[in-house]
Design a protein around this ligand. Structure first.
Ligand SMILES: Cc1ncc(COP(=O)(O)O)c(C=O)c1O
Length: 423
């Protein structure tokens, strides 16, 4: 279907055919959901050995009794697990509770309220704090900014990561830009891994930016490959050491999509200066995180090889689901002007860009035919997709059969909304 090349009578014909197809689907009374970016129960079950794994042995390698209070930055076991996942030194790791989002929220709070560089350097003492937000992006990053009243400035994502010309220009022109959100591997939602050039330019950013600038390097999908030879992500910490910008990056990860999403372990990796600022803050928040969980996670995943083997089991479950979605998109829109998408080699999402102005209508039509999609705009700050075109598809939870049906509906809705708009 090439809408731009069709004449009015052709479009009219498509409209009546698609309306008939849509009405037929609507009568099936479906109830399907493509919104949930979470592991399926099959995936969760891969880590059920966590239950009872310690068998009464609660003592960590350094002698810590993990049942007790304390250990604000984590056990050696927890740090090493974080180091294996993020590819960093265990010394640079702080281990948190079950959500890396909490660590991100707290890290932003430290920058804003107290400053990473000591007294008098808090962002909120320097004017109106702004963050760069590559779009489309992860909605909860934007919610963190919104909660703190941080102004969000969007920059476009490309197939190699954020548009680095736009990023460099923005930080050079505005010293009140104090942060940028990055999901460097299988970025949520478009699924691209930042190129080596993008990572190198990120590592140099602090040399162009205002005081106290920090990169929030949310490597949530660090080990979540769907292919056997994944494109490697350059080591930002090593590059920062090279460019003398070590303090400018704070990395995050968790086991949420490795073990049990609601009962995992989170990690932060940063320079000693940043760690000190964050630890000082966290000491007021908690006497220490859940060390029992850290210990049993390390016993389940004793080294990097074990993590990789475990992730291959995840891939075996979810790759066929990604393939269904990608194949449906390819068959329906490969030869058309109705949409674009990336083919992610990992992560949790497939992001579809419809023709501008169509996303809300596609999502409405799908809902009325019993297929729930993530609300339009969710991947943009303030829930405002200025071109109304991005739709995030989460294929991990539905079964293959459910996905096939849901995609059949999706395809009809995209076509119908596009043709209606072009009339
Ligand atoms: C990019 C990104 N970061 C963080 C999270 C949440 O991580 P956690 O469960 O560790 O809070 C998600 C979950 O979807 C995500 O997509």
């Amino acid at each position: 279907l090439y809408l731009d090349q069709a004449d009015q009578s052709q479009r009219q014909q498509w409209l009546s055919e698609l309306t008939a197809d849509y009405t037929t689907l609507q009568q099936e009374g479906l109830n399907l959901d493509l919104t949930r970016g979470k592991p399926s129960s099959e995936q969760l079950a891969l880590s059920d050995a966590l239950d009872g794994l310690l068998q009464g042995n609660f003592i960590a390698s350094d002698g810590t009794d993990t049942r007790n209070y304390g250990g604000i930055d984590g056990l050696p076991e927890g740090k090493q697990l974080g180091a294996d996942i993020l590819g960093v030194d265990a010394d640079s790791v702080l281990v948190g509770g079950n959500a890396s989002l909490t660590l991100m929220f707290h890290a932003v709070m430290v920058g804003l309220q107290y400053g990473f560089d000591g007294d008098g350097n808090a962002w909120n003492q320097q004017g109106n704090t702004k963050f760069l937000c590559p779009v489309p992006g992860y909605d909860r990053h934007f919610t963190v900014c919104e909660k703190f009243g941080i102004e969000m400035v969007t920059v476009p994502m490309t197939a190699t990561g954020p548009d680095m010309d736009a990023v460099e220009n923005a930080v050079q022109q505005d010293p009140n830009i104090k942060g940028i959100w990055c999901v460097p591997k299988y970025s949520n939602p478009i699924g691209v891994t930042y190129s080596d050039d993008t990572v190198a330019r990120m590592a140099k950013l602090a040399n162009l930016a205002g005081a106290g600038f920090r990169i929030f390097w949310d490597n949530a999908y660090a080990v979540h490959d769907l292919v056997s030879q994944p494109k490697p992500l350059a080591d930002i910490a090593a590059l920062c050491r090279l460019y003398n910008t070590e303090d400018s990056v704070i990395q995050f990860a968790s086991t949420s999509k490795i073990t049990h999403a609601g009962a995992g372990v989170s990690f932060l990796s940063a320079s000693s200066k940043n760690l000190q600022a964050i630890k000082s803050f966290l000491s007021a928040v908690t006497i220490g995180p859940d060390k029992v969980n850290q210990l049993r996670h390390r016993r389940l995943l004793p080294d990097r090889a074990a993590v990789e083997q475990h992730m291959q089991k995840h891939a075996a479950i979810i790759k066929p689901r990604f393939d269904v979605v990608l194949q449906c998109l390819e068959e329906a829109f490969g030869d058309s002007d109705l949409g674009r998408w990336e083919r992610p080699e990992g992560g949790y999402f497939i992001s579809f860009d419809a023709r501008p102005g169509c996303a809300k209508e596609i999502i409405r039509l799908a809902a009325e035919a019993g297929v729930k999609l993530t609300p339009a705009g969710a991947t943009f700050p303030y829930r405002n997709d200025p071109e109304d075109k991005n739709i995030r598809i989460a294929p991990t939870v539905p079964s293959i059969e459910q996905l096939e049906k849901a995609m059949e509906v999706f395809v009809i809705c995209v076509k119908l909304a596009s043709v209606k708009q072009a009339m």
